[in-house]
Design a protein around this ligand. Structure first.
Ligand code: SF4
Length: 324
């Protein structure tokens, strides 16, 4: 029996108009993917790859220019504002900077309870009870509820953000760089908390990060993005043991590997990711690709299955074997 995906994006694109110009930039360009219930999809790429925009599009926090979004059998991209508000109860977001995302004038109890108030869930006493239960689920004690965000460390503030995100018992959480601002030791505590909560509450995550070592820790599947497009998509095991796109290989080679089977020679990428407003011809990665050939500057590769239907790559030279 096949599982129905919880979230499906079909050919999603997002253009932003450049201020004072007739030109626009394509931040996300024809992305299609799906996530099954209980899975964690990692989205990885450098700054400017379009991964954060894609996360916001998935929740319709910003409107796609084209394409369709389906969540739990409903076409989210076609919902009116009232229906969308109801659907949002089941789709929450965690942001990178917990200090900026928590209102400094509200105490922790009000911050965590607010989504219940917005969605009119439960009686006053039921809401208070759920807030108390949720603060302990994220590893904090009830005495935190009367305090304010500035009284906590970065890791504790992120725990408060997570409590706020899970209080409506959502099915899907989009986490955008949720541990990037934290020290390494705190990062692993928060990642382990997210893994525990996934198991306990049967959550599905879209986990966005520039850091592949974080993705390796938490994700089941990985989408590698470059200039608004997915350039490789596979299970986390396949991405690390048999990366096919030269960009994925470069990202992996920068990750210190404990597993000797995953160790690769360091590939240093030259130059920065180009601006989405001036995308290179052919393969958008060709100016930085260490193995680019003439056809790469002329013809844009398409995302195609390689080895199996669950491993896709967008590179003319990918064969499924090792190209190095
Ligand atoms: Fe490199 Fe060519 Fe593959 Fe693009 S298509 S990643 S330039 S080898």
């Amino acid at each position: 029996m096949s599982t129905q995906p919880l979230l499906t994006l079909k050919d999603i694109s997002k253009k932003f108009q450049i201020k004072g110009s007739k030109n626009s930039i394509r931040a996300v360009d024809g992305v299609s993917l799906s996530i099954n219930p209980g899975e964690t999809l990692g989205i990885v790429g450098e700054s400017g790859s379009g991964k954060s925009t894609l996360g916001r599009l998935a929740l319709r926090l910003i409107e796609p220019t084209t394409g369709e979004i389906e969540f739990d059998g409903k076409k989210i991209s076609a919902l009116g504002s009232t229906e969308l508000r109801h659907a949002r109860r089941e789709m929450q977001m965690i942001f990178q900077d917990p200090f900026a995302s928590l209102d400094p004038r509200m105490n922790v109890e009000s911050i965590i309870r607010e989504p219940l108030d917005i969605h009119n869930i439960g009686t006053k006493s039921e809401r208070s009870e759920l807030v108390r239960k949720t603060i302990t689920q994220v590893g904090m004690t009830e005495d935190a509820l009367t305090r304010f965000p500035h009284e906590f460390s970065g890791g504790q503030r992120q725990r408060i953000s997570i409590a706020r995100a899970i209080i409506t018992r959502p099915k899907l959480i989009v986490a955008d760089e949720p541990v990037s601002a934290l020290d390494a030791s705190i990062q692993s505590q928060i990642l382990n908390l997210l893994l525990e909560l996934r198991r306990e509450l049967n959550l599905t995550y879209v986990f966005i990060s520039h850091d592949l070592s974080v993705i390796e820790h938490i994700a089941d599947k990985v989408a590698v993005m470059y200039l608004g497009k997915i350039v490789e998509f596979a299970s986390v095991e396949e991405i690390f043991s048999n990366p096919q796109h030269p960009y994925t290989k470069a990202l992996i080679s920068a990750v210190p590997q404990i597993n000797p089977e995953h160790r690769t020679d360091r590939v240093v990428l030259t130059g920065d990711i180009p601006s989405p407003s001036s995308q290179p011809s052919g393969c958008h990665f060709h100016p930085r690709c260490p193995i680019a050939q003439q056809q790469c500057t002329d013809v844009e590769p398409v995302l195609r299955n390689i080895n199996s239907v669950t491993h896709q790559v967008s590179c003319h030279l990918a064969t499924g074997g090792d190209l190095r």
